[in-house]
Write a protein that binds this ligand. Sequence first.
Ligand code: SF4
Length: 244
Amino acid sequence: MGRIHSIETFGTVDGPGIRFVVFFQGCPLRCLYCHNPDSWNMADGKEMTADEILTRFERNRGFYKNGGITATGGEPMIQMDFLLELFTKAKERNIHTCLDTSGIAFPGDPKSPVYDKIERLMKVTDLILLDIKHIDEKDHQTLTGKSNRLILAFARYLSRIRKPVWIRHVVVPGITYNEEDLTELGRFLGTLTNIEKIEILPYHSMGKAKYENLGYQYALEDTRELTKAEAKKAKEIILKGMRK
Ligand code: SF4
């Protein structure tokens, strides 16, 4: 059984083609800009089996011939056993699998039992969408509440095993929109060998109403949205950093 926040049956922004997007419940990060704060608490959401999810997928299988299933959240990797079961069963049915993750659940230590599960998971995962929140350790802590050490270790691990990765980076004025950090992020990405795409996600405040409904404080109240031109510039700085 997995704890699922919701399912989107016609996803067009979480991986290639049209996708059946499964939002997992629960996340250990607390990104200040998160637009799914209702996915944080593991006690919420509803229980579903992998077979239930795949049966729903099969109902409209024709839609997804150039797409597949994406696991996102929340953080799917904290429900490792369920994710492994879902993707293993999906691959048995020849479905393209895509995992959208922050990588925070990566254990780092190869002796950890989770490491073995990650190796098995990678065998049934076609593409990773890796969300790097902030390249600077201290600023990462401020932005998400956690260190980026294991996230960057996961990125290096994915490069070592040559798993295709699309990088996603939310660019926020006053937090990640600055030349130094974007260049540094580019430099880091330049050391990896498996990056197929870089997606800049411009900060928007659309999730704000959810915070009000949940009674949470929205920390970025005074932060403006990123313009399209700034998003373009941010990508150029990262690409330039990669060439350094
Ligand atoms: S990792 Fe994703 S779901 Fe978790 S807090 Fe950050 S933005 Fe929200």
